[in-house]
Design a protein around this ligand. Sequence first.
Ligand code: GDP
Ligand code: K
Ligand code: MG
Length: 288
Amino acid sequence: MHKAGFVNIFGKPNAGKSTLLNALIGEKLAIISPKVQTTRHRITGIVTAPEYQIVFSDTPGIIDPKYKLHEKMMGAVKSALEDADVALLIMDVKDNVAENLELFDSLKQKASCILVLNKMDVLEKEPLAAVQAQCEAWGKAKVVTISAVQKKGIPELLNQIVALLPESEPFYPDDTLTDKSTRFFVGEMIREKIFQLFQEEIPYHTTVVVTQYQEKQTLVKITAEIVVTRETQKAIILGEKGKSIRQIGTLARQDIEKFIGQKVFLELFVKVRSKWRDNETFLREYGY
Ligand code: GDP
Ligand code: K
Ligand code: MG
């Protein structure tokens, strides 16, 4: 009997959803940062074994929308809520348990749920046992404790997921890793560097568009635009004598080369589009 299904990851910002997706897939598909709202899309990663296929989706953290981009982000969460066969409800073990359980209750998820307690590496044994007991008492999901960063508890989590999967033929050919394009991941890797290098509002006013992706004989030539909302932000992204944008370029290029397994020539430009986060046309053009 072959099993297959959609397994979607939900939780508060910074619970470790994207880190978990990468740990489950064994590849860095989703970008990670200590900042909230790093993930803006629903990102799919596919695990295929002889007996099963799991189509995982990482989702943006659940928030109250403040601008149109936020609405699109919560739209991605909603679609994932609707098509889940199994929902992974993930929380940081150090976060307020009651608050998380209340959030999970509010999702009114009809699929089978697994409550994933993440970041076990940051808690001592006894407080961790107390959190586990509180979550077991909730009674609405199996509880699995993991460390996504240290890849602890992942095989056990996979076993629990497979046990809940419906009987089905696979949805994708067995060598498929994701449904997003290489261009998409290239843009995300550049965006990740901006989340990691810049403070305060800059990352939240920024998006990245890959405008050229050309495979040459010995390398791939990539051009991308970093879009911001103000001239002052452009100046900060560029940095003194272009120092900051060179740093973004160097770090992003290393990640992209690792991802596609080829040498990369990366050219970056900065563009000001004052209201892109609230403009339907720009949002669509930028892939939201
Ligand atoms: P998301 O917003 O839910 O997608 O969370 P991320 O995957 O982007 O992670 C948010 C932060 O938590 C990052 O700084 C991660 O490195 C960190 N993090 C994720 N998983 C773990 C874990 O198992 N242990 C610890 N100590 N940190 C983690
Ligand atoms: K994050
Ligand atoms: Mg994320």
